[in-house]
Design a protein around this ligand. Structure first.
Ligand SMILES: *Cc1c(COP(=O)(O)O)cnc(C)c1O
Length: 245
């Protein structure tokens, strides 16, 4: 199989990666303070998919240690080379890749099917490992996006309750793309409202501290204002992604 990313080279000047990270950290702090939130309650996942290991190392030199990847094979190569980094999986996982996913990541943000949850739990038992997960919700009911329907999320959390190795810490979403900030804001608000309802029903691993992963390069400020605890930012840190070969 051909490589899906180049192991060398930068998509951007290495200095630019550092500067971009600094700009984003400043924006996170300012946005959080503006809406009365503690900036340290927001974690930045630097989305490194299709960018080289050298790019990730540059970000690590600027003290960014948490990354997000979408492709299992590509992630495996990076994780093996970068023991000091922590990786969230944020892509679509086929159930037959559950074994490797259960080994590699500190969190899987995109659990949206019973079969996947079951497969992860089974492999985690064998590995004697526990794993934090988020439930991916298709908050905008976008036909092109994965994720569980909002109204089915509670039932899904009930169904996976007996899987003791996976800990659902919260919800993740990718809203339908819109250039209208107010439309995007409503989707983020809806995810937050859904998470509060589910927390009231006691469906998360810690119902006093529910994680909300929402917001990307173009909308992370809105997401922070609406309660994101995890933002996933790629392009604004690493530049445009190289095309797949
Ligand atoms: C690629 C990706 C991101 C990062 O998107 P940018 O627009 O480059 O910041 C965030 N979340 C998910 C799920 C992604 O696939």
């Amino acid at each position: 199989m051909s490589r899906i990313f180049s192991t060398t080279g930068f998509s951007l000047d290495p200095m630019t990666i550092k500067q971009n990270l600094q700009t984003i950290r400043n924006t996170i702090t300012e946005t959080a303070i503006d809406c009365g939130r503690d900036p340290s309650s927001i974690k930045l996942v630097a989305v490194s998919k299709r960018h080289s290991i050298a790019c990730i190392e540059e970000a690590m030199a600027a003290k960014q240690y948490l990354f997000g990847e979408n492709y299992i094979q590509e992630a495996q190569e990076k994780i093996d080379s970068l023991p000091g980094a922590d990786f969230h999986f944020i892509g679509h996982i086929q159930s037959n890749k559950a074994k490797i996913a259960a080994e590699l990541f500190s969190m899987i943000e995109t659990v949206d099917r019973y079969k996947l949850a079951k497969a992860l739990n089974k492999h985690l038992e064998k590995l004697d490992r526990e794993l934090n997960i988020l439930i991916q919700v298709n908050i905008g009911k976008d036909l092109n996006k994965s994720g569980i329907a909002p109204e089915k999320t509670g039932e899904f959390l009930q169904q996976i309750r007996s899987f003791s190795r996976i800990h659902p810490l919260g919800l993740m979403t990718i809203p339908p793309f819109s250039t209208d900030n107010e439309e995007t804001r409503i989707h983020f608000q809806n995810l937050r409202l859904l998470s509060s309802e589910l927390a009231e029903q006691g469906l998360f691993a810690d119902n006093t501290k529910v994680e909300l992963s929402m917001g990307m390069s173009h909308d992370y400020k809105i997401a922070i204002a609406e309660g994101a605890t995890i933002i996933r930012v790629g392009t604004a840190i690493f530049g445009k992604r190289p095309d797949r070969e």
